[in-house]
Design a protein around this ligand. Structure first.
Ligand code: SF4
Length: 502
């Protein structure tokens, strides 16, 4: 028997896929598994723990707490972005006053502690030692303890995927070690994998965590439980752990991963490339069968494909029949989108929104990035998707070593020329992955001070540094790109996770 815990803080709008896949792998081999989404439970615990308001805003939010939570699960709220934002900020206000706000900053998507850093192994171990200071400690004691105590399990796995979960994950580990001395701790997930991929990684957590897992966790966990040589890598996620109505979304969203890794894996700026996770996929028709089985078991309203990029072959399969669910996910600009009828078929058969990594509107920059994208094709794709009624969520990346100010202006001009076909925009400032090939050619400095930091700062070869990029985004880009209101504002905190509902 194994207990798998997904710790706070991550967006509480859908269940976590990683632990659901691990649970499926274990159960398929006859090993009992219980998943606890401590993220959604913990955040809800904090929101409900507020008893005293501190000002008129929190007084109003406290009085309407149940209604705010109910509204965020009601599709009607998603007709009005301003009302939606009011509800999200109200809930966030309650979260912020549920903790010592001088020390901790907790939102519906972030967690930070001004005394401890998430990228410093000593601080993470300190978080484990002083777990009783963690804001989620009362949740551990009151809600998690009875759940763990009721299960006869030798191992407890903690799934650490995002930086915002790191300090709480270690506080949780410290609390488990103190309270359940007979249990062995296993830790894995995306962030642990990234840390373990560092060439200089020398496990600083060995006295606390019994087993650390790098990469996909299914095979190592099965081995740990005595099931050796299981080659299978693709599973239908097991969402039996979902507790009714806890997630803040206007419908049941279930994540599904059709592929492992990225089928392109060539973009020079991408951490996926630096970590070289071997790509793995299955036949498109088999994947569709798996998705249908999941849909039959749990009746989701929406399926969120969490692949780095949904493959053209799978999209074709999805476009050919009505499988009875709506979906959205990341895709690359592929030639299939040049057919307007293909885009219409996608929409007809459930595709509501596509997330597209454009990165730059300058062809020279795209070529140097090795993005494999042609801007004429992008233009036609955006028009076809818009014409078919599929929402487009376009991702841009500024400040790479390939870009200068002139190229950034070209991106702005490209966006301005396509305003009618872009529904949402995400603008990111580039972080240089520490162990990437590109880092070798640049003049670099530490970015965050911490032995587990994954990124570097660098002197930009064309003087287009972070300060200038941020200035450009705030003072020029945002003003012009959003000027006529055609491109919508991103939903606060939840961003693309709620975008398709507007
Ligand atoms: S397509 Fe996306 S995930 Fe794949 S290498 Fe490029 S940026 Fe990375």
């Amino acid at each position: 028997m194994m207990i798998l815990i997904f710790p706070p803080v991550a967006k509480p709008c859908e269940p976590p896929a990683g632990v659901a896949l691990l649970s499926a792998a274990l159960k398929e081999q006859g090993i009992g598994c219980c998943v606890v989404d401590a993220n959604v439970e913990g955040l809800m615990y904090l929101i409900h723990s507020v008893k005293e308001p501190i000002d008129s805003w929190s007084q109003r939010a406290l009085k309407n707490r149940d209604k705010i939570i109910g509204d965020l699960k009601d599709p009607a709220l998603y007709k009005n972005m301003d009302r939606y934002h009011q509800r999200v900020y109200d809930l966030n206000k309650l979260l912020s006053i549920s903790v010592d706000s001088k020390r901790f900053r907790i939102t519906l998507s972030d967690y930070s502690d001004n005394k401890l850093s998430s990228v410093n192994s000593k601080d993470l171990l300190k978080s484990a030692e002083i777990y009783h200071e963690n804001p989620f400690y009362p949740y551990f004691e009151k809600e998690l303890k009875p759940q763990i105590s009721s299960m006869d399990s030798e191992f407890i796995g903690i799934s650490l995927c995002y930086l915002n979960q790191a300090l709480v994950s270690f506080a949780l580990a410290g609390w488990i070690k103190d309270n359940f001395k007979d249990k062995k701790l296993v830790m894995g997930g995306g962030l642990i994998s990234s840390w373990m991929s560092r060439p200089d990684f020398d496990d600083p957590f060995k006295d606390l965590i019994d087993v650390m897992i790098k990469g996909e966790g299914e095979q190592p966990l099965l081995e740990l439980m005595g099931k050796k040589n299981i080659e299978k890598r693709h599973y239908v996620p097991d969402y039996d752990f979902i507790k009714q109505d806890l997630y803040l979304s206007p419908g049941k969203i279930l994540p599904f991963r059709a592929t492992i890794g990225c089928y392109w894996s060539k973009c020079r700026f991408c951490p996926e490339k630096a970590e070289t996770r071997p790509y793995s996929s299955q036949r498109a028709t088999k994947v569709l069968d798996d998705v249908k089985n999941m849909a039959k078991a749990y009746q989701p309203d929406v399926i969120h494909f969490i692949d780095n990029a949904v493959t053209p072959a799978f999209m074709k399969t999805l476009s050919q029949e009505d499988s009875g669910f709506k979906w959205y996910g990341f895709v690359r600009f592929e030639k299939e989108f040049l057919s307007a009828s293909f885009c219409r078929d996608l929409k007809k058969n459930g595709c509501e929104m596509l997330k597209l990594g454009l990165e730059s509107g300058d062809q020279g920059v795209l070529d140097q990035m090795n993005k494999g994208t042609d801007l004429d094709m992008v233009s036609a794709t955006l028009k076809n998707l818009h014409g078919a009624g599929i929402l487009t969520f376009v991702y841009l990346l500024f400040g790479t070593s390939f870009e200068d100010e002139k190229a950034a202006f070209k991106t702005l001009e490209f966006v301005e020329a396509h305003k009618d076909y872009i529904n949402y925009l995400n603008m990111a400032v580039f972080n240089l992955p520490k162990f990437s090939d590109d880092a070798l050619d640049l003049d670099t400095q530490e970015f965050y001070h911490g032995d587990l930091s994954l990124y570097l700062n660098f002197n930009h070869p064309h003087g287009w540094d972070r300060r200038k990029v941020k200035n450009f985004l705030d003072k020029t880009f945002k003003k012009r790109a959003f000027s006529n209101g055609k491109i919508k504002r991103n939903p606060a905190f939840f961003s693309s996770n709620h975008a398709m509902f507007f």
